[in-house]
Design a protein around this ligand. Structure first.
Ligand code: FE
Length: 176
């Protein structure tokens, strides 16, 4: 009787083919909430961001925002979508009747303009934000007071890492 060939267990076999040559390399940041305080880039007093992915080809950035003060953080308009996941603490927008508590997911659609407030009883909030295009900072009447995009975030990171000894090369791991 014909003997069937030994069947290879392929269940844990790595993918055997080459990745597309134009494909970029993956990013792992572990832990995402860093043990090294120097990774946090100061944004304003008691507000920091921690880069995870700074995408210059598509114009978006993924970062953790950490706030250790209560009150109004900023008022801003989004021309493009934002996704958020609250890791610690809570916050809300004056324009909406909900509070984003720990574990919440938030979608901010294009066209939103909102005013972020951290409640008085929150010592620290950390939220992962995936921000596409830019944030346009405005007054209550929509007059622009500033903006941020992936390139302004990169410049803030570069300056901070150059100053604190991590070096500007530390920034490269986040850029795609
Ligand atoms: Fe927003």
């Amino acid at each position: 009787m014909h003997q069937s060939p030994q069947k290879l267990d392929e269940s844990r076999m790595p993918y055997q083919l080459a990745f597309p040559k134009e494909a970029q390399s993956e990013i792992l940041q572990s832990p995402a909430v860093p043990a090294d305080e120097r990774v946090w880039v100061p944004q304003m007093p008691n507000v920091w961001f921690r880069p995870l992915c700074l995408n210059v080809a598509q114009g978006y950035w993924v970062n953790l925002l950490r706030v250790r003060k209560s009150g109004v953080l900023s008022r801003h308009r989004h021309p493009a979508p934002v996704h958020g996941l609250v890791l610690r603490g809570s916050w809300y927008y004056v324009e909406h009747n909900w509070v984003a508590t720990e574990g919440s997911y938030v979608f901010e659609p294009p066209g939103e303009t909102h005013t972020l407030v951290v409640p008085d009883d929150v010592q620290e909030m950390i939220t992962l934000f995936y921000v596409t295009a830019c944030m346009i900072y405005v007054d209550p009447w929509g007059k622009q007071t500033g903006y941020e995009d992936v390139f302004t975030k990169i410049e803030m990171c570069r300056k901070h890492y150059e100053e604190n000894g991590l070096g500007s090369a530390f920034l490269d791991q986040f850029i795609r």
